[in-house]
Design a protein around this ligand. Structure first.
Ligand SMILES: C[S@@+](CC[C@H](N)C(=O)[O-])C[C@H]1O[C@@H](n2cnc3c(N)ncnc32)[C@H](O)[C@@H]1O
Ligand code: SF4
Length: 307
């Protein structure tokens, strides 16, 4: 590695909303192995050393663009797995070396949030780690087991509450179509349990939190793809995905009616881009879903979908 260039182990994994952030490789791949995910393909999981990461931060800080860095994201699929002392040291180092850095973000599996104490999370938040992107995928324990997510609905509830208590913004993702075609019951439970999960984590204050839906893609190399090749798994059609999403939105019912839950389904994998505040914009979102269901020509063509 040249000492003038920041090191990357490609392909890197980052949320779309961190597209303009400085990306720093803290971990490589992921310590988990969910059936649908590509994070581990062609990568051996690794947490890089403090010295290696600091070298990359130094390179970024010396660049003529360093004063324009406002957001930094520690790669890869689950940097929250990093032991707290190390993550804290690197977050502090980043905040110290970039004069206008406002926040550091990570992907975080629920189990790795739960392993950290409230004090650990508060220390990380105070140091500058202000957003965690957590893959919920579904609120259905049965489906979570089926895709080997290694977490339960209760884990997501507890992890979300811990993040909010520490003042770390939660950005959670669900996957429409996760249960596959041909099983309406799984799809229904997926929608209902996911909405129940979101209802249960809704804070009683006006803090902003994010819920995003992606639509399942089945990339080659994943366990799910192998199942598809064996005809054991079939993807849902776009209208089935929309019906599933519709049931989710219909079931949202917050006790706190002035909650600030930003909902999005504008990821490249989605058939219909949607955006709004739950549950304030519920009827607007439902009308758009109905419009999509009745006008299939406006839905994204299969070949334009991507992860
Ligand atoms: C790179 S993962 C990181 C999430 C974090 N490791 C966790 O599990 O909490 C980001 C998210 O992308 C989504 N994702 C990954 N593979 C997908 C696929 N094949 N189809 C649709 N969404 C997918 C999932 O919601 C996943 O949680
Ligand atoms: S979804 Fe998250 S935890 Fe699961 S393999 Fe991908 S990056 Fe790892």
């Amino acid at each position: 590695m040249s000492n003038k260039q920041i090191y990357y182990c490609r392909p890197v994994f980052r949320p779309p909303s961190e597209g303009n952030s400085l990306l720093i490789q803290l971990t490589e791949g992921c310590s988990f192995k969910c059936d649908f995910c590509m994070s581990n393909l062609r990568k051996n999981f690794k947490i890089r050393s403090v010295d290696e990461v600091k070298k990359d931060l130094d390179i970024g800080a010396r660049s003529k663009y360093s004063s324009s860095v406002r957001k930094l994201f520690f790669l890869d699929g689950n940097a929250m797995v990093t032991p707290v002392a190390k993550l804290l040291e690197l977050t502090k180092y980043a905040m110290m070396n970039f004069p206008n850095l406002e926040r550091v973000g990570v992907y975080a599996h629920a189990k790795d949030i739960l392993k950290k104490s409230d004090d650990d999370l508060k220390a990380l938040s105070d140091a500058g780690l202000k957003i965690a992107y957590v893959g919920f995928e579904t609120g259905s324990d049965e489906l979570l087991k089926m895709v080997h997510k290694n977490a339960t609905k209760m884990d997501f509830i507890n992890a979300s509450k811990k993040l909010m208590k520490a003042d770390i913004t939660l950005s959670a993702t669900f996957i429409n179509g996760l249960g596959g075609a041909g099983n309406e019951d799984i799809s229904k439970v997926h929608a209902l349990e996911s909405a129940d999960l979101v209802n249960k984590i809704c804070p009683d204050n006006d803090r902003i939190w994010y819920i995003a839906f992606l639509s399942l893609m089945v990339p080659p190399g994943t366990v799910m793809h192998e199942r598809k090749l064996r005809n054991e798994f079939k993807e849902m059609k776009s209208y089935e995905i929309l019906l599933e999403l519709k049931l989710f939105i219909e079931t949202i019912n917050f006790t706190n009616k002035s909650a600030n839950c930003i909902f999005r389904s504008n990821h490249a994998s989605n058939y219909l881009p949607l955006r709004g505040v739950l549950e304030r914009d519920k009827s607007k979102i439902l009308n758009l879903i109905d419009y999509g269901l009745n006008n299939k020509e406006i839905l994204k063509a299969e070949h334009y979908r991507a992860l």
